[in-house]
Design a protein around this ligand. Structure first.
Ligand SMILES: Nc1ncnc2c1ncn2[C@@H]1O[C@H](COP(=O)(O)OP(=O)(O)OP(=O)(O)O)[C@@H](O)[C@H]1O
Length: 596
């Protein structure tokens, strides 16, 4: 069953985190193995340099100072100074290398996610707020790559540091070392108790963050409607409610998250006390003053990384809630995709047939197209007309295979469109949506979107034929004028003309056009008609028609109602039938006649 999600609703994930996901993360780290090994080497050297400190101190206290051996004391000081320098150099290298690895990981993961998103069918985007997709690509990946690069290396560094410290401790006094580790089981139990609750709390939090992002995204997209209807207060109230949910979830999550570190701190302090207790009792027997002082230093050296490991563990638990969302998107399989034995559609003449096509957007949804059959011959212009919600746009969505037909068959030059590769199909089917999308960038780039390898001269030629050149020349920087996403600074008619030029440049054999309904001044209208006439030449065209002139000139008019073709023919024939088209014409188009 398809479930639609909204900004106010928590998402239910198709898959939950499992431990294999960590192994999958390893795949992202593999290309950086050499650099990681270098980082680890630097960490090891740096650690030895740091851990040497208390040991040198012990030698100074137990030997050099009591024996008043100044040369030895000087040598110990020099070694100490050099070890500090080495530690500093290793630290610097580590920061640089980890940052570089982190940034590369970020790009790798984001690219994989983005690539999959590009392949996903409309149905995927129809069913969820886009803000919830955005947060996965931007924020979650950020957190994860940081954890992977920084966290993982810190973890290894900490583990090495614990290991090196332990080795020194064992070498100096193994019994005191074992006593120092006596409280570790307590720590493990505590971490286990906390992690379970933490995971649930963070899953809840990421849901709330996702909702907030979705609402924000939707509000910005809909700002004109909000302001137009003076609904700012209502939008703010809605935002406040979602933001408050987010705050509450955050407070709950943080309360649990920070339950771990005080526990670790307390156990660390207890251990120090224990060492003082045992050490002082046995002072002079098995423990020298130098050893006791070195051990107090080592306990810090030991517990600081253990606290860090605890924190890493914490972040890891948090990250699993992001990880499961990222992998869910990466694993989402496009329902509209090339069949295993798909082949390239050879260059077509443009013969299109629908045979008993039925279609539902959702498996459990209503039948939107009900046994639709028609035949468009190469070069014909087919106008699709009918009341709102009849299924006209759905027919053109199927033509470009934005969705697969539920049953029946759609052929192009007698080849089933489901059997060919999407790329070969779509390169021969040009689609112009009613609301042309303009990308941020120059007008030149926006037209070139139709065929990325087109030269500037090709773009200019297409713009001239599409009648877009005149208005572009009047813009401040002509073809180099920068427009924003959605083309807010252009008029509806101008956006249409750019879309014409874009499609002309792509030069598809089959053209699909959802004619704009926006009222346009007569001069632009004339331009659009001339541009359209150029566009239709020599192509099989399907037009969801709103202009009377387009409808009248069509070779076939398909009248759609409730997902069925109820009438088909040319304008004069259909008028003569005095059926649905006649009624429609009478109620909707006669008024237009006055303006055309
Ligand atoms: N993405 C979708 N998911 C589910 N149902 C949809 C989707 N798009 C459209 N529908 C439904 O399919 C039916 C046909 O819609 P369609 O957009 O094809 O109508 P139309 O004839 O193009 O209407 P209009 O002239 O208003 O654009 C409508 O009932 C609509 O609610």
């Amino acid at each position: 069953m398809t479930t639609r999600n909204t900004a106010n609703q928590d998402e239910t994930l198709k898959r939950h985190f499992n431990w294999h996901d960590y192994a999958r993360l390893g795949h992202y780290l593999r290309p950086y193995t050499v650099r990681l090994v270098l980082v680890l080497g630097s960490i090891l050297i740096g650690n030895v340099a740091v851990v040497l400190g208390p040991f040198l101190m012990k030698l100074a206290i137990d030997q050099a100072i009591p024996q008043r051996n100044l040369p030895q004391l000087g040598a110990l000081g020099a070694v100490f100074f050099i070890s500090l320098l080495i530690a500093w150099a290793c630290f610097r290298y580590r920061i640089w290398a980890i940052t570089a690895i982190g940034q590369n990981l970020l790009i790798d993961m984001r690219t994989d996610l983005f690539t999959n998103l590009q392949r996903l069918p409309f149905a995927y985007f129809d069913t969820r707020p886009h803000g919830k997709i955005l947060i996965r690509v931007v924020n979650y990946i950020n957190t994860l790559s940081d954890l992977l690069a920084n966290g993982l290396v810190n973890l290894i560094s900490d583990v090495i540091s614990v290991g090196v410290t332990l080795a020194f401790m064992f070498a100096i006094n193994w019994r005191l070392t074992l006593d120092s580790l006596g409280l570790i089981p307590l720590l493990i139990i505590w971490a286990y108790v906390v992690q379970k609750k933490q995971r649930t709390a963070f899953r809840e939090l990421s849901n709330k963050q996702s909702n907030l992002n979705a609402y924000l995204h939707e509000s910005i997209a809909g700002i004109k409607v909000t302001q137009g209807f003076a609904q700012e207060a209502a939008a703010t109230a809605n935002f406040d409610a979602i933001a408050d949910d987010n705050r509450q979830a955050y407070m709950r999550a943080v309360k649990i998250q920070y339950a771990l570190s005080p526990g670790v701190q307390n156990i660390s302090t207890l251990t120090t006390a224990l060492i003082y207790f045992i050490g002082i009792q046995q002072l002079g027997v098995v423990v020298s003053t130098g050893t006791l002082i070195a051990f107090i230093g080592y306990v810090n050296n030991f517990w600081n990384p253990v606290i860090n490991i605890g924190n890493f563990y914490n972040s890891l638990i948090t990250a699993t809630t992001y990880l499961e969302r990222i992998f869910e998107t990466m694993d989402e399989q496009p329902t509209v995709r090339d069949a295993d034995d798909a082949f390239d559609l050879p260059p077509v003449k443009g013969d299109v047939r629908f045979r008993n096509v039925c279609f539902q957007y959702e498996a459990d949804g209503p039948l939107i197209l009900d046994h639709v059959s028609f035949h468009a011959r190469p070069g014909q212009t087919i106008a699709l007309v009918g009341p709102t919600g009849a299924g006209k746009s759905t027919i053109i969505n199927l033509l470009a295979r934005f969705y697969n037909v539920t049953s029946g068959q759609l052929t192009i030059d007698n080849v089933d469109s489901q059997r060919v590769t999407l790329a070969s199909l779509r390169s021969q089917v040009g689609v112009m949506q009613q609301d042309t999308f303009i990308f941020s960038g120059t007008i030149m780039d926006n037209i070139r979107y139709g065929r990325l390898d087109a030269s500037d001269a090709d773009v200019l030629r297409a713009a001239k034929v599409a009648r877009a050149d005149d208005f572009i020349q009047t813009l401040p920087a002509g073809y180099q004028t920068v427009v924003q996403e959605h083309g807010g600074s252009l008029s509806a008619g101008q956006r249409q003309l750019i879309a014409f030029a874009r499609v002309l440049l792509a030069d598809p054999r089959i053209l699909i056009l959802d004619e704009a309904t926006a009222a346009i001044d007569t001069q632009t209208e004339a331009l659009l008609q001339a541009g359209l006439a150029e566009l239709l030449k020599g192509r099989t065209s399907f037009i969801v028609a709103h202009r009377l002139s387009t409808i009248r000139q069509a070779d076939q008019i398909l009248v759609i109602d409730h997902g069925q073709i109820v009438e088909a023919g040319r304008h004069a024939e259909l008028m003569a039938q005095r059926g649905v088209y006649y009624e429609l014409y009478d109620s909707q188009y006669r008024l237009l006649q006055a303006t055309e």
